[in-house]
Ligand binder design. Structure first.
Ligand code: SAM
Length: 322
């Protein structure tokens, strides 16, 4: 698949629901009208559209996201269906980690390859303040379970905000190093409940690196490719080594390398995370999959994929899945 700028799109981020068990301060409003649970794409429709995109359009990677993808009661069936598609090289999921302790092994057996787990703090009080849930221990147990299950690689995602977790970056890096995991620090985007306070709460990649500088002996850049993160193999002052990434949509966008398309749980097409929806595939997948209709919707959306993302987000992240 090509977009209007000639970028090749091979990566689908598929939101399975806008529901989530957390209320992260930067992501979900306290009162949330976004959850349209009854109309979500069914497992069979998801399988058909992904199979078609792999076969006809060269799709190689799918990331399941949300909301919280583990909130879908039929998640296991969706994983199994997608894992069986020949040519789909990478099946990953982004999760808040709350249920991984119970289900990581089953996800792995169903065919999931890897997970990104959101982890904003290692301090139980800060964690609750940032996520709205007293769930730090459960998330840490979930990360352990994911490691034991053999999901690999496991990456930690941390959105960094002032008056939140900005002082915790060194502790989070040491935690990642102690588990042999990669950690990615995400710049706050002007979407969701903190959009109006974005300028005060935002921490740039440069500021994050300054906070880490006292513990770092050496930064070695890793080639970025299509990855949204600028990644470094970092040697720490305690002799350990860890991969640290920075996802920098605000200070240094990676739009020129963007190879993504997003489909929401209800079938809306988003060629850009921060743009408005550009069509829907609902009529092309229900009641039966119609490849021509699907391709027409896809073509329209990709022809409207922006060269660069707007500076303010149009939709809630919880609908799009990051
Ligand atoms: N529930 C899953 C989770 O917790 O990872 C997946 C969905 S969540 C919307 C995906 C990612 O978006 C998370 O890493 C989250 O921290 C990030 N995110 C949400 N709102 C954001 C914002 N305003 N700026 C930057 N990242 C944000």
């Amino acid at each position: 698949m090509h977009d209007s700028q000639g970028r090749i799109v091979r990566y689908l981020r598929l939101s399975l629901t806008s529901a989530c068990s957390m209320r992260c301060v930067y992501c979900r409003p306290a009162v949330d009208a976004s959850h349209r649970g009854d109309n979500v794409l069914k497992p069979q429709a998801i399988e058909h559209l992904v199979r078609h995109m792999v076969k006809r359009h060269g799709l190689v990677k799918v990331r399941l996201t949300g909301g919280e993808p583990t909130a879908r009661p039929d998640l296991m069936e969706i994983i199994q269906r997608l894992a069986g598609i020949t040519g789909l090289d990478d099946l990953a999921m982004t999760t808040n980690g709350l249920t991984l302790g119970r289900h990581a092994e089953a996800y792995r057996r169903a065919g999931l390859r890897r997970v990104n787990v959101s982890l904003d703090s290692l301090n139980a009080t800060t964690f609750k303040r940032m996520t709205g849930v007293a769930g730090l221990d459960r998330v840490l147990a979930g990360i352990d379970a994911a490691c034991e299950a053999g999901l690999d690689p496991i990456r930690l995602n941390t959105v960094v905000v002032t008056e939140g977790n900005a002082d915790e970056l060194p502790a989070l890096v040491r935690f990642a190093a102690s588990r042999g995991l990669e950690i990615r620090f995400i710049e706050l985007m002007p979407m969701g409940p903190l959009a109006g306070q974005w300028a005060e709460r935002y921490v740039s990649q440069e500021q994050m690196r300054q906070r880490l500088a006292p513990m770092v002996e050496h930064w070695q850049a890793i080639e970025q490719g299509h990855d949204s993160a600028q990644r470094y193999r970092v040697r720490l002052d305690d002799g350990r080594s860890v991969v640290v990434g920075f996802i920098t949509p605000m200070s240094c966008n990676f739009c020129a390398q963007c190879n993504r398309l997003r489909i929401t749980a209800v079938g809306d097409l988003y060629p850009c995370l921060m743009d408005q929806p550009r069509g829907s595939i609902v009529d092309a997948v229900h009641p039966d999959f119609d490849p021509d209709r699907f391709d027409a919707a896809l073509d329209d959306a990709l022809s409207l994929k922006l060269a660069e993302h707007p500076m303010a987000g149009y939709t809630q992240m919880t609908i799009l899945g990051g």
